[in-house]
Design a protein around this ligand. Sequence first.
Ligand code: MRU
Length: 335
Amino acid sequence: MRFTLDGRMVDRPCLWPVEGGIEHIDQRKLPGSTIIERSKTLKEQLEAIRTLSVRGAPALGVFAGLSFAFGLERGSDPNDLKLAILSARPTAVDPRNAVCEVEDAFLISGPKGAMSKALEIMERTISQCRQIGEHGARLVPDGGRVMTHCNAGALATVDWGTALAPIRMKARQGGDPFVWVSETRPLLQGSRLTAWELAQERIRHSLIVDSSSGHLMSQGLVDLVIVGADRVARNGDVVNKIGTYDKAVLARENNVPFYVALPLSTLDADTATGADIVLEERPAEEITDMNGMATAPEISPAFNPAFDMTPHRYITGYVTPRGVLDREGLLELFH
Ligand code: MRU
């Protein structure tokens, strides 16, 4: 990902390991400030996950794998570590997949093996996202108008992104894509993070409020929708940021193709259907307050599910490192 840091343009991932810990771009501070945070203790790493300083399913997977490996190096109990890391946020499956892989490596070759596996997962995530970009760029016509939701960019995946990878790749190929960025209430991952990534790379885009998606589609202003995923069940159902389901249904109604982009770490072979996935519920204050200012009467309660489930029947195709697949192709990846 290319961005300006301390007045210089750099090409860097959103997180990386350093001596004894992890550095990451603090996503809570964007787009105002680009601050690099360092977390060395498990407590700091869990705090980074819970507060969405690090977020997005594949980035959470890499961060979880590294946190687990650093904890094992410090001699912490593997079961305690695993429980703490995996309960920090429940919906994305990438952290579970990463921690299980690192644990297997630890059982065979100790803390050193665990750390090499965590680093391998990081490299693999970056290269799979690049492959998603290569396959997905072919879906985007020259000058094509893509709608996306939340942030499934480099910030959410370490580098390249999932939904943003085809757009980034198309832009680097000179295809001049345009992106409708859905602001993504209540935490504004679209306007704060996706727009920031696109602005940094000078990719054409416009912010929209979440509720304008149907209108834009009905006016013929959207060529395709691409979103990311937090977890894909064995039948192809997808859980992603709240509001994804609305876009999928509206896309079907308006004959707009609806794609989900994902690395293989987002597949959950243990879960039969999307209905079985636990959807994280976040504090009501994320809806009733903005930067300490009340946006609702003090006595009004609020319900804040952070994710929703899109049934596979609404999904035109899955953009994966193995290519753009229909449902049948996706289901083969589980074997
Ligand atoms: O609550 P968040 O910001 O972690 O939610 C993130 C999303 O819903 C992303 O779309 C998803 O993790 C895919 S990221 C490639």
